[in-house]
Ligand binder design. Sequence first.
Ligand SMILES: Cc1cc2nc3c(=O)[nH]c(=O)nc-3n(C[C@H](O)[C@H](O)[C@H](O)COP(=O)(O)OP(=O)(O)OC[C@H]3O[C@@H](n4cnc5c(N)ncnc54)[C@H](O)[C@@H]3O)c2cc1C
Length: 431
Amino acid sequence: MSDTNPSLPVLVSGGGIGGLAAALALTRRGLRVKVLEQAPQLGEIGAGIQLGPNAFAAFDALGIGPKARARAVYTDEMVMHDALDETLVGRIPTGEAFRARFGNPYAVIHRADVHLSLLEGAREAGTIEVATSTTVQRVEQDENGVTVHDAQGHTHRGIALIGADGVKSAVRRQYVGDDARVSGHVVYRAVVDKKDFPLDLQWNAASIWVGPNCHLVHYPLRGGEQYNVVVTFHSRDQEEWSVREGSREEVQSYFEGICPRARKLIDLPRDWKRWATADREPIGQWTFGRATLLGDAAHPTLQYLAQGACMALEDAVTLGEALRATAAAGGHRFDKAFELPPAFARRAHRAHRAVGARDGAHLPRQGRRAAGAQRPRGRAARPSVSTTRWNGCTAGRSRTAWPDRPRSGPRPLPPTGQRQRPGNAASAASA
Ligand SMILES: Cc1cc2nc3c(=O)[nH]c(=O)nc-3n(C[C@H](O)[C@H](O)[C@H](O)COP(=O)(O)OP(=O)(O)OC[C@H]3O[C@@H](n4cnc5c(N)ncnc54)[C@H](O)[C@@H]3O)c2cc1C
């Protein structure tokens, strides 16, 4: 018997990137969707994210490739420098050769632009209702659907529930009940206007400076009109999972000894937001009857592989494809779609690998030069990642992951004359 009941929507707990991607995948299957979001407004935090080729394959499969591509910045390379002495540690070109090999670009983008592309796509594709100031607390299931109880005293009825409510997922708490693992790593993030960003760091690259128990990341956003700045350190204090306003003094206290060029980054932002990060141990079951987990609710990782949002997008595509498969057998079957083994096994495998990157790209406080110990000063080390295999993608894989991918390429990069290339990277290329 089919689960498709036109009078009932599919409920999605959480309106972040994962929740909206799921909403889009569902509306494209002709289903009504109701997103339950705890925040008073739907939106994303003011920060950037890096997108691997797998994210672009997902955008295409979700029908929003052109929207997302138009809002992304296509970087020339990823570069890693030693934050103490400025030496180039490694670089991975992400230009034409990378794109040709993986079938899609590597890019950076403002999170709000991903969010907006998903929301626009869902609204164009079908019926999406958004209930803000709605905090999911508890779910009940019966043979015809689910009833969600929120903290505001209301109930919401649907045919199924997608738990896309992030690291602190209420849906996961009910069905799994495991504890988040607070990492002790603290992240400060800010977006800085181009006019305030140092000219000698205005690189068209995803750049990381790696120091003792810390690192600093920066890359352009919105056609280079803004720059994303992210700094991470191992906290001296006992941390609890939290997001709050940060303090400039705290950040500065963790970056003593950092070279002046990288240090400029922490002196820049007027407003910092502070995250004490957390993940969870992987679990073998993401589906519980008519409820399933997706994105960080299913597989929260620390940020070091820059894959959390990419995987949430892939989850949504997988969900849509699984529903397509069950529909072919006579109507949408959520119980069957949620359990389709090959699709979700692939997702779980990728998520396990991302959790394995917990320790991040930091040098230990003792022996801080270990990463470049055999390397004469000024000479580039070999990059630890090759362009034949990158994070979750093997060459060509993102090209063939899902059907319906238009063959459009990335939009042209900003004019070269307006961009400064990383100086060390250029000399490394000729070394
Ligand atoms: C510093 C940092 C850098 C990162 N960089 C990258 C990167 O470069 N590339 C990348 O791919 N990933 C990156 N990530 C990971 C990425 O941010 C997450 O994996 C992604 O945002 C997960 O999306 P989500 O929708 O599953 O969860 P979230 O983004 O956490 O969204 C969850 C939503 O659910 C809502 N919610 C929570 N609880 C409830 C409730 N009970 N009821 C209703 N609503 C609720 C929240 O308000 C929120 O809107 C980074 C993460 C961090 C911390």
